[in-house]
Ligand binder design. Structure first.
Ligand SMILES: CC(=O)N[C@H](C=O)[C@@H](O)[C@H](O)[C@H](O)COP(=O)(O)O
Length: 221
């Protein structure tokens, strides 16, 4: 399924989160769909299989953490294969130039498209990485990793609208805004800057973080 233009909701909860698990992420997906989301992003085969029931296009990722390498979003072909088998329409992967254990992202993009027949969603952090990923054949380029790589730290509170705007101007593939789009006003700015779609995670699907924000910013000491 192609990714329509609109709001995409990322339904993710790590193992330490009380909402971890396919039952919760499946329910989040239904709520997001009923609220008007046009697509979903989910992590790992189990959660992906659960969110598919919402009937929206799914951007699948497979986070695999390593002590030796910084790349963890779908770091290798086996990780991509597992999420396509679970039903992901689109595979998102780290397309930064950071060191990894295994094949270069250029090779992964080609293999995912040719061998798995899936579309590729390139998570990048800089203009050069975005241009390279589009050259390699990525179907979508997304600003997901801005603020999370050495080249883009320290992480600001605001999303990287400048990166989005530059890529949208220079690329012919759809550019997706992702990372710290924490309010409807910022989502609107992303569309104004040329985004094809905007992915929102924490502020919609992570009640623990939302509660922390209310407590930190709203409750008097
Ligand atoms: C850097 C990284 O690992 N980002 C992850 C990618 O899948 C998720 O943890 C984010 O929640 C997602 O990108 C949405 O962003 P935000 O939660 O800021 O709306």
């Amino acid at each position: 399924m192609k990714l329509p233009s609109g709001l995409i909701v990322s339904c993710q909860a790590r193992a330490d989160n009380p909402l971890h698990g396919p039952q919760f992420m499946g329910a989040m997906a239904l709520a997001a769909r009923d609220g008007g989301a046009v697509g979903l992003r989910a992590n790992g085969p189990e959660d992906i299989a659960a969110v598919i029931a919402a009937g929206l296009p799914v951007i699948g990722i497979h986070k695999v953490f390593s002590d030796d390498y910084p790349v963890y979003i779908t770091p290798d072909f086996a990780a991509a294969e597992a999420i396509v088998a679970a039903g992901a329409d689109i595979v998102a992967l780290d397309c930064t130039e950071r060191p990894r254990d295994g094949e270069h992202p250029k090779v992964l993009v080609r293999r995912i498209r040719e061998e798995l027949g899936a579309e590729v969603f390139a998570d990048i952090s800089t203009v050069d990485e975005g241009l390279a990923a589009a050259d390699w054949g990525a179907t979508y380029v997304a600003t997901t990793l801005s603020g999370y790589t050495e080249a883009t730290q320290p992480k600001p509170d605001e999303p990287d609208l400048k990166l989005l705007e530059t890529l949208a101007r220079r690329l012919s593939v759809p550019v997706v805004a992702e990372g710290r789009y924490n309010s409807p006003a910022l989502v609107r700015q992303a569309f104004g800057a040329g985004a094809h779609a905007v992915v929102v995670g924490t502020m919609i699907t992570n009640p623990r973080e939302i509660t922390r924000m209310f407590v930190a910013q709203g409750v008097p000491l």
